[in-house]
Design a protein around this ligand. Structure first.
Ligand SMILES: Nc1ncnc2c1ncn2[C@@H]1O[C@H](COP(=O)(O)OP(=O)(O)O)[C@@H](O)[C@H]1O
Ligand SMILES: O=C(OP(=O)(O)O)[C@H](O)COP(=O)(O)O
Length: 461
């Protein structure tokens, strides 16, 4: 079922437009239309199956170290092995094209108890073709075997959708259509997505389902969306922190769903909310260097439009009875603490008063939380990788434990928030920690998850 250039262009437009393409579609609308792994149960032994794997992992010396995403794939892969499928796993690792999946293939072999060869040079950017030798290797592979393809980001084609504009698509679509068609012709006509975290558009291979005869969502990914994610869709408390100011869009979308009663905002992005509250309450505050247009290229810059957005979020939220808890002091570059920032100060952590303020707010939340209350946490409270700016995050992680002990279901988005839990806490301090950052925010927030959009489109054609 070859995909035409025109059809692939429509696919890409849908992917790039995101929510704007289908504003009324909810996460569960996408999920409801996507087949699950079991729908492929009738595939005969020997069928090649292309598996988008969650291979962006750093396996350590022993099983259990840095391989949680690889372990998340085991159930689906074992299902395929049991069926005798020839599974060809592909995906990216990190953002550098030269990174290799050699350790990943080795660890997958250890986890599956079989030899998992890594195939390099499987695609040629110049010709746009998948290598014939890979096709030969798949043909001679035994039923039940698993092969890993080298890092997709080794190839330029994988990156072309990243930051592409719709005006680029007439030129990109034929290349991507050929890529998708080559995957189907030379590798497999059946596709399983078991890459829960691969939720950015920095992966043009998200269009692979366009050329496939059958597609399915893997067991782990489906379980995450059907289970913990559903609880997070009903969160009472959302904690947004970190540096990415576009998380305000996700905050807005979560509030719009109607269950949120409290927002905690911390880290760099909280500056926009602090400023907004100051303006709304007639007590203006300075954001220091973060509001200086000279820093407009910095990731921690807070543009005036984001403050306006924050004002609308807070004003609208207050009308709905939502309370907003934000920092009241900051640790700046030289390690000192300030209540009010001077124009050159850059906020890098929350200060001790804020730590106390958040702790008290957690106490109030626990007191008022009914049975089955849900808290969702994302991000970190400061530059926690640097010991000078870790105190806010280090003090926050035990608050998650306190909430859980207080009867609250606590969910942590992956990314840096997950790393902080690993660093300062224990896995059982929370109800569930996701193995993905961006995917979880997309699923709960403002934009659809690109691979769900693609699987949904494939399931309908
Ligand atoms: N003032 C700050 N507050 C919080 N995080 C910051 C700040 N400045 C820089 N960062 C960095 O931002 C990263 C976390 O932010 P973000 O990427 O939004 O989180 P996540 O990956 O969980 O989505 C960390 O690496 C942190 O060091
Ligand atoms: O680690 C990942 O996502 P995450 O940092 O959002 O959890 C995924 O591999 C996506 O990586 P990307 O953001 O380089 O596309």
């Amino acid at each position: 079922m070859a995909v035409s250039d025109a059809s692939l262009q429509t696919w890409c437009e849908t992917l790039l437009r995101g929510r704007a393409a289908s504003p009324d579609m909810s996460l569960n609308d996408y999920l409801g239309a996507i087949p699950r792994l079991e729908s492929l149960a009738d595939l005969p032994a020997g069928t090649p199956v292309l598996v988008r794997g969650d291979v962006d992992a750093k396996p350590g010396a022993t099983i259990g170290e840095g391989d949680i995403r690889l372990r998340s794939m085991v159930e689906s892969l074992k299902y395929g092995i049991g069926k005798g499928w020839k599974q060809i796993v592909f995906g990216h690792i990190g953002r550098e094209p030269e990174k290799s999946l050699d350790k990943v293939a080795k660890r997958l072999g250890e986890l599956l108890g079989c030899d998992v060869p890594l195939v390099d040079n499987w695609y040629d950017d110049a010709t746009g073709e998948v290598s014939d030798s890979l096709t030969g290797q798949i043909a001679t592979a035994a039923p039940g075997s698993v092969i890993v393809l080298q890092n997709t980001r080794k190839y330029e084609i994988e990156r072309v959708l990243w930051k592409a504009k719709e005006t680029d698509l007439p030129q990109l679509a034929p290349r991507l259509a050929k890529f998708a068609n080559q995957l189907a012709e030379k590798i497999a006509k059946v596709y399983v997505n078991e890459a829960f975290s691969a939720g950015s558009l920095d992966a043009s291979s998200v269009v692979a389902p366009a050329s496939m005869e059958r597609v399915a969502l893997g067991r782990y990914a489906a379980g995450e969306f059907d289970g913990p994610m559903q609880r997070c869709l009903k969160a009472d408390l959302a904690v947004f922190s970190g540096i990415k100011i576009d998380k305000l869009d996700d905050m807005e979308a979560m509030i719009a769903r109607g269950t949120i009663k409290q927002i905690f905002a911390s880290g760099s992005l909280a500056m926009a909310i602090r400023k907004a509250i100051g303006q709304l309450d007639g007590a203006p505050i300075s954001l220091g260097a973060a509001e200086d247009p000279a820093n407009s290229g910095a990731p921690w810059y807070i543009p005036p439009a984001r403050v306006e957005q924050a004002k609308a979020i807070v004003a609208d939220g207050r009308e709905k009875g939502i309370t907003f808890t934000v920092p009241c002091d900051s640790v700046i570059e030289d390690g000192s603490t300030k209540d009010e920032l001077s124009p050159r100060d850059q906020q890098l952590d929350i200060g001790p008063k804020s730590i106390k303020h958040f702790s008290e707010a957690v106490g109030t939340f626990i007191e008022n939380a009914g049975k089955g209350a849900v808290a969702f946490h994302n991000g970190v409270f400061g530059v926690f990788e640097d010991p000078r700016f870790e105190a806010g995050t280090k003090a926050w992680i035990p608050e998650l434990k306190r909430m859980k002990q207080g009867g609250v279901e606590v969910y942590v988005g992956g990314g840096e928030g997950g790393k902080a839990l690993e660093k300062y806490g224990e896995p059982d301090w929370v109800t569930h920690c996701f193995t993905a950052g961006g995917t979880v925010l997309n699923a709960l927030g403002s934009e659809p998850v690109p691979y769900l959009v693609a699987l949904h489109a494939a399931a309908r054609t």
